[in-house]
Design a protein around this ligand. Structure first.
Ligand code: C2E
Ligand code: MG
Ligand code: MG
Length: 644
């Protein structure tokens, strides 16, 4: 190094020292923190520093020391986990608090003072617990510190208390800033006020009903969390939670009750998730949870726990309502690396959980996409079929087992779609339930059947009693009984001409309500049958309390007559029980002579099945009617046109 170079070197250093000194004095004089970006020449290396200076006060508010914290910019490992103090302080809109490694507050910025009401003098030297609202459990804070120790960072929503005593929600991120030795040197907490100056913003980003982040904020936070998880190579999952029966509750009990239910569900979810994860209302009755740093097993347990937590009933305005839900889960990065992708795939998994019977959770799997596509096509086809009246009702005769005469028929729906072809009822009925179309569809069936009965009667034909399937969702319609009675009346059909088939499950959803409704239907002279009996709750206790005329033994039992002794025993028990309660029994799905012989032996009154007839078109069915004055048609009468 030449003499000139040596002079220049010292000159630069003294210049740097002077600049530093000036900045120190400025911080002391202004009694607030100051920030600066500085470059230091170490001779062998240029170092860029972000420095924050903050005065330390004693109890009397006098400055006793000046603390300078300098963070080297652009150094790998440090920048990756924490922003520089200067960066943090620079976020004018966000409150910033810096503590030492023990958590003692060293400095805060102007936004902190604006949001919390505490000045630097108020909080310097104190612990952040000064802001605690008392609304979070000890466990919450323990988890926060654990996350900081393990991951160097914690992020979440927290309720804090202002100097005025007012509690306010804030979205808080805490970083642990480590030195070269890996030891924590300080903590930087950055938070946005969600309730004061940013009130308008809060409202646009939060759901007015539940106070939870709305979809917009959810997307923002999810994007942040994805970026963070990518940086830290951490796990991340999205759970979409959707209530199973919300639409029915809303439709039958009104939107006020629906709103109250959503609020209570949100509250229960908040408690269940214990602040550990971000909860948002994704829209309607759908909630989303951003789940961070959990293993697959832990996510599985969390989902099961959430379902459990929600499944307990909610008491709202005297109604016992179910909060049962389904959950779809997608994982980062396997199932998507964008907020939209993750949410879409969680939605696909949710759709699958619903399709598989609800009240369950499903992880996204690539194969689901094709299934969901199929279901969406089916749903679109269903809507078009309803609009264009593409459904036909067929009639499956019901036969007296002892004498073989025709005693009734079950009206069954058939859908032949120009694009999808013949779609079985077992496929499209659940799809109609899922799509919220079952009530409309069932109303069409009811109207069609009653119009057909009226036509037969006008033609002087005497149709036997026609059984019509009623979906659980119809029962929840507040004016279901009036609607049926009105249709009967306008078409001039006597109530005794029909029987309504309900499943056990649909009655059990609201036993009290169902009991009242059934009483009113029977008072009007409409017979009630319990369909698929034996597959649901099969509770003797409720059967005795309801006005039921007939039990339909499910075909799975009939199918088991040949080889399964326990199925035979169940059939015998059902028949005995029904008779003891004054009900008749009809066995479904009789296909063989052996099944018929067994059922007759057990004194089962009626049967329905391919052994007698397949479901028939209305025209084919009417040929079986008792001709005026003629002998009753036998079960062996040839079916004119097989429809099923
Ligand atoms: P379900 O009410 O138990 O109807 C009996 C089902 O068993 C019918 O199937 C019928 O075709 C079939 N079946 C009758 N005899 C036999 C037999 O001997 N062997 C076999 N293997 N099957 C037999 P379908 O028509 O496919 O209907 C399936 C389900 O769809 C019905 O079960 C019912 O729950 C629902 N469904 C059909 N039509 C309607 C409707 O109009 N409204 C509502 N809400 N549900 C309907
Ligand atoms: Mg049925
Ligand atoms: Mg059935």
């Amino acid at each position: 190094m030449s003499r000139r170079q040596i002079y220049a070197h010292f000159d630069r250093h003294s210049q740097q020292a002077r600049q530093m000194r000036a900045r120190d004095l400025e911080a002391v004089e202004r009694t607030v923190h100051s920030e600066s970006a500085e470059e230091i020449d170490l001779g062998y290396r240029q170092v860029r520093l972000a420095a924050v200076r903050f005065p330390i006060f004693d109890e009397a508010g006098r400055i006793t020391a000046l603390c300078t914290q300098a963070t080297e910019l652009g150094r790998p490992g440090l920048q990756a986990t924490a922003p520089s103090a200067a960066d943090a302080m620079g976020r004018a809109d966000e409150g910033v608090m810096i503590t030492d490694a023990r958590g003692v507050i060293l400095t805060v910025n102007a936004a902190f003072t604006r949001i919390t009401g505490y000045s630097l003098q108020d909080v310097a030297g104190k612990l952040p617990s000064i802001l605690q609202s008392g609304l979070h459990s000890q466990e919450f804070y323990e988890r926060l510190w654990l996350s900081l120790a393990e991951h160097g960072r914690w992020q979440g929503e927290i309720q804090n208390r202002r100097k005025s005593g007012e509690i306010f929600p804030e979205w808080l991120t805490i970083y642990a800033v480590k030195g070269a030795d890996g030891e924590v040197q300080s903590y930087i907490a950055i938070f946005g006020d969600s309730s004061a100056r940013q009130c308008v913003e809060f409202m646009t980003m939060h759901d007015g009903l539940t106070g939870l982040p709305n979809r917009k904020l959810l997307m923002e936070r999810l994007s942040d969390c994805i970026a963070d998880a990518r940086r830290r190579r951490d796990s991340l999952a999205v759970m979409l939670i959707d209530l199973d029966n919300f639409k029915d509750i809303n439709d039958s009990l009104g939107h006020d009750v629906g709103d109250l239910l959503l609020q209570q569900v949100a509250e229960r979810l908040r408690r269940c998730l214990c602040d550990a994860h971000t909860l948002a209302r994704a829209g309607g009755d759908e909630f989303a949870v951003i789940v961070r740093s959990l293993t697959i097993d832990e996510i599985r347990r969390l989902a099961a726990h959430t379902l459990d937590y929600l499944s307990g009933s909610f008491c709202i305005r005297g109604h016992e309502l179910s909060g049962a839900a389904s959950i779809g889960i997608s994982l980062f990065p396997e199932d998507g690396d964008t907020a939209t992708g993750l949410l879409q795939n969680a939605d696909t998994a949710l759709y699958e959980a619903k399709a598989q019977g609800r009240n369950r959770f499903r992880f996204f799997a690539a194969e689901m996409q094709a299934l969901v596509q199929q279901r969406m096509t089916l749903e679109a086809g269903l809507r078009a079929a309803i609009d264009n009246d593409r459904f036909e009702v067929v009639y499956q005769p019901q036969t007296a087992l002892a004498g073989g005469e025709l005693v009734g028929a079950e009206a069954l729906l058939r859908w032949k779609d120009p694009v999808l072809g013949d779609v079985p009822a077992a496929r499209f009925i659940p799809a109609a339930v899922e799509a919220g179309l079952i009530v409309t569809l069932s109303e069409q069936v009811l109207a069609k059947v009653l119009s057909r009965i009226a036509l037969w009667r006008r033609q002087g034909l005497m149709p036997p009693r026609i059984s019509i399937n009623v979906a659980a969702q119809q029962l929840r319609e507040p004016h279901f009984v009036e609607h049926v009675c009105e249709l009967l009346e306008t078409r001039g059909v006597p109530p005794a001409a029909i029987c309504l088939e309900l499943t056990e499950g649909s009655l059990m959803e609201d036993l009290e309500g169902a009991s009242q409704m059934l009483s009113r239907l029977t008072e009007h002279g409409i017979a009630i049958s319990i369909d698929d009996f034996g597959t649901g709750y099969s509770s003797l206790a409720y059967l005795g309390r309801l006005p039921i005329h007939e039990l339909k033994v499910d075909q799975s039992f009939v199918r088991g007559i040949a080889g399964e002794a326990n199925k035979r025993s169940i059939i015998t028990a059902i028949i005995d029980m029904a008779h003891a309660l004054g009900m008749q029994v009809l066995a479904e799905g009789i296909e063989t002579e052996d099944q018929l012989a067994f059922l007759k032996d057990q004194h089962c009154e009626m049967g329905q099945g391919y052994l007698f007839h397949r479901p028939l078109s209305a025209e084919a069915f009417e040929r079986l009617f008792v001709p005026c004055g003629g002998p009753p048609p036998r079960a062996s009468a040839p079916a004119a046109r097989v429809v099923s």
